[in-house]
Design a protein around this ligand. Sequence first.
Ligand code: NDP
Ligand code: 2IT
Length: 445
Amino acid sequence: MNPYVSKTLDTLQARNPAQSLFLQAVTEVFESLDPILAETPDVEAYSILERITEPERQVMFRVSWVDDAGRIQVNRGYRVGFSSALGPYKGGMRFHPTVRLDVVKFLAFEQIFKNSLTGLGIGGGKGGSDFDPRGRSDSEVMRFCQAFMTELHHFVGENTDVPAGDIGVGAREIGYLFGQYKRLTKRHDRGVLTGKPVGLGGSLVRKEATGYGAVYFATEMLATRGETLEGKTVVVSGSGNVALYCARKAQALGATVVAMSDSQGSIHDPAGIDLDIVAALKEVERARISEYPKRRNGSKFLPEEKVYSIRCDVAFPCATQNELTLADARMLLDNGCIAVIEGANMPTEPDAIAALGKKNALFAPGKAANAGGVAVSALEMQQNASLQSWNFKQVDQRLKEIMAGIHSDCVYYSGKYNRPEDYVFGANVAGFLKVANAIQAYGVT
Ligand code: NDP
Ligand code: 2IT
């Protein structure tokens, strides 16, 4: 490893003890930078690695709210503005009991490079709370969102920081957050949040964008080997927003999605999952995936099991970080899997990525493959700024073009530095160069 990289990583580790996810995300990017550092001494001369790994700002705040039983509940809110080198901080908010500063920082750091890859002029940020929406009534979720925005509104703005959804945050939550923002500020700044309900200025295709985008990326990647999704057997982990629309697009392109999951286990439906049932369970009833077999003959629920034990040609991890381990990768490879495309953020452990590469399986990192969500968020900002609403076909077409562009950037940089088919390398280098150049051009900031 380059001495500047290892020195920066050592300092980072000392300065951020117990932030293992953040350090994992940084290490993965830094490991790709050797050839860049060798040919660009400016990176070290301008302290780019030190600057790119220290968030511009981090806000943590108390969120007190009253539950349906009249009890005062206390959660912690976060918003990290990691880099505004390419535009206003942009990135989602996660509501999940596992959220802590480490999680928000790793996600915000990934977001810098993902957003750079979209080419759309957005910086990197992320936020969230350890609030657990599961089992909470609609009015509890609303009161939590109102309390959360009562603090957050000081820090967001359409040219400052533009949050959106992530795990546990969808259009319902964004609607409540926007309502409270509008009430507090007396301003109808539509561009302050994305992923809004369509009736409140949200963009068509935003809901579908991350999942569709991952499949568009997969299509481009498979095409480099003369393959398509047609006739392929696919597994998708998770059953939330990203997983559902990933599965829908994969099926629309002729694949058979045989397995999906949630944190309690997986469903296996060899005939192909009926996604209308999953959508009803997850989007309408907010129920568990274990309910699925009760509505579908020939399928079964596998408690505690992951989707990776089920034979497939292509796998889309779409649930959460570090969910695909080395053992899972080995199982996928033994079963003949040819490609893994990350719909989630950092779902594949580093040694699992290495194992897939060694056996020549294609691997698409999340910062490239799941950039469709934030890309359509940026298209939502464009529509809001111009008081326009584009139709579904227009937005979907832009999404396809953006994903194809990200794919060709990855291919270009992996080719240029003689790392063919190394999408991790290609994405990191393509994402990094733009941000590094911008940081240098601003002077010392
Ligand atoms: P959702 O909340 O809609 O769904 C999350 C899914 O992942 C659920 O099936 C959930 O199961 C499962 N899951 C969450 N946490 C865990 C955990 N700790 N262990 C096991 N399973 C878990 O979230 P999204 O679909 O929006 O997000 C999924 C992934 O995609 C995340 O990594 C997110 O960062 C990433 N992403 C999201 C984008 C977006 O636009 N929404 C954009 C780009 C990336 P359960 O219900 O049982 O908790
Ligand atoms: O991880 C992500 O890219 C997101 N959760 C979406 C961010 C956004 O601003 O739409």
